[in-house]
Write a protein that binds this ligand. Structure first.
Ligand SMILES: Cc1cc2nc3c(=O)[nH]c(=O)nc-3n(C[C@H](O)[C@H](O)[C@H](O)COP(=O)(O)OP(=O)(O)OC[C@H]3O[C@@H](n4cnc5c(N)ncnc54)[C@H](O)[C@@H]3O)c2cc1C
Length: 416
């Protein structure tokens, strides 16, 4: 193991942290990964839809578009090399009414601009892919797939170990101080000294940045996504991945069907404000997290701009009938008895001081440090590409020496 004078530390044992650690190890600088929990992938990485996204939705030229495309290819290669089960099942985006057609056309254009291989479908071709879906037009994206990102993260950890790196579980970083030329990280597992730090702490990334003396200019606002699952005896009505056309005016819409790699069919997720950063159920409340939100002016600006969507999402969260109605838009044959409450995940969404949801991935550099501050969907898909860019920056091989360009556009939570 390297001496503290030349040691790198990655905070966060999710997929972005592990992908970054492997990229650093491949460049000859195997880091130590410090993870707060007693297992890897406990938060976002272990609570998502498991979709390997194609890059259809993202603004051409954005970091999301670029790293999602590169990440998809790298993810399929990595899964094949490490024998991680995955399936390139394709995805269907379905327009169910005339007013969705212009938005479907825009999506098609955007996908093509991003280099996504896709095909326009008519109603009969839609039925060929998904017999129970009632659509008037659709897009078929053959390269989209499914995987279990927890298993990918574990495979990354094995590769990291082979390359000389280390994972320390149960090491929550509590404070970070400059110590001579280096850094001293006080953790729940003892003090760790290092010369370089990468912060991939997901739902806690803004707090870890502040511990390191960096003002991130954003706060993480947690949005819970709740799923229903199809009863096993009805799961056959969904063949693969079925998505609605995202609505730019109602950015919180977008519940979809996912046949996961294990064959279970999920419907969702919605997007409701969580009252705890790691709050997987409605009953989870953290006074500290609520106080942080209440004291952040950006939260109130966001609430003023998005309250109508927030109320709609809350009503859909509280009412199975409303959730079902959203799903029936895509699949009229679905009935109330077909779905049962499933799991949930919490998205770490960065919000700036003006109340805007940060659209693109956001990475901030400081001397000896890189902070990954906004890595929501499709960051699992894009993780291997993000990891390479972060490794370039922390090891001084990247061109960008200062903060990444802030992106002020309001983002859509649709498309998970
Ligand atoms: C509901 C939902 C559905 C999604 N669907 C998809 C999808 O289908 N496809 C896709 O590509 N993306 C999807 N995403 C997004 C994807 O899951 C995330 O972008 C990705 O997992 C982010 O990984 P991460 O490593 O940054 O964060 P995380 O997985 O959250 O990891 C951060 C880690 O940091 C640790 N940590 C925090 N604080 C500290 C500390 N002080 N000290 C030490 N460790 C700390 C945490 O314990 C955690 O393990 C979805 C997300 C959600 C929530």
């Amino acid at each position: 193991m390297s001496s503290a004078a030349n040691r790198s530390v990655v905070v966060g044992g999710g997929i972005v942290g592990l992908a970054t650690a492997v990229a650093m190890a491949e460049r000859g600088y195997p880091p130590i990964v410090l993870e707060a929990e007693n297992s890897l992938a406990t938060h976002q990485t272990g609570h998502n839809s498991g979709v390997i996204h194609s890059g259809l939705y993202y603004k051409p030229g954005s970091m999301k578009a670029r790293t999602c495309r590169a990440g998809l290819k790298a993810m399929y290669r990595f899964c094949a090399e490490e024998s991680v089960p995955h399936r390139r099942c394709g995805k269907l985006v379905v327009a169910v009414s005339e007013d969705e057609l212009p938005r479907l056309a825009t999506l098609e254009e955007r996908g093509r601009a991003n280099g996504v291989n896709l095909r326009r479908l008519g109603p009969e071709e839609i039925k060929g892919h998904e017999p129970e879906v009632a659509g008037i037009a659709g897009l078929w994206i053959p390269e989209t797939g499914v995987v279990n990102y927890s298993l990918v993260t574990e495979a990354l950890a094995r590769r990291l170990t082979r390359l000389g790196g280390e994972v320390r579980l149960g090491h929550r970083v509590l404070s970070i101080t400059r110590d001579g030329g280096g850094l001293a990280l006080e953790t729940t597992g003892g003090v760790v000294r290092a010369s370089r730090l990468v912060n991939c702490a997901g739902l806690q990334s803004d707090r870890v940045a502040r511990l390191a003396g960096v003002e991130p200019g954003i706060r993480i606002v947690p949005f819970r996504g709740e799923y229903y699952t199809l009863r096993p005896e009805r799961a056959h009505i969904v063949c693969g991945l079925i998505y609605p056309v995202p609505d730019p005016v109602l950015p919180f819409l977008g519940v979809h069907f996912t046949r996961r790699i294990d064959g279970i069919v999920e419907a969702g997720p919605n997007a409701v404000l969580a009252l705890k950063r790691e709050g997987y159920s409605r009953r989870d409340v953290s006074l500290r997290d609520i106080a942080d939100l209440a004291l952040f002016p950006g939260f109130w600006r966001m609430a003023r701009a998005q309250w109508r969507n927030g109320v709609d999402e809350m009503r859909r969260s509280l009412s199975k009938a409303r959730f079902l109605a959203s799903l029936q838009n895509l699949m009229p044959a679905l009935s109330e008895g077909d779905i049962v409450p499933g799991g949930s995940g919490v998205r770490a969404q960065a919000v700036d001081f003006d109340g805007r949801l940060v659209d693109d991935f956001r990475i901030q550099t400081a001397p000896g440090m890189v902070h990954v501050l906004n890595a929501p969907s499709p960051a699992a898909t894009a993780s291997l590409a993000i990891g390479r860019e972060v490794a370039d920056r922390i090891l001084g091989e990247g061109r960008t020496a200062s903060s990444s360009r802030p992106d002020a556009t309001t983002r859509s939570l649709a498309g998970f």
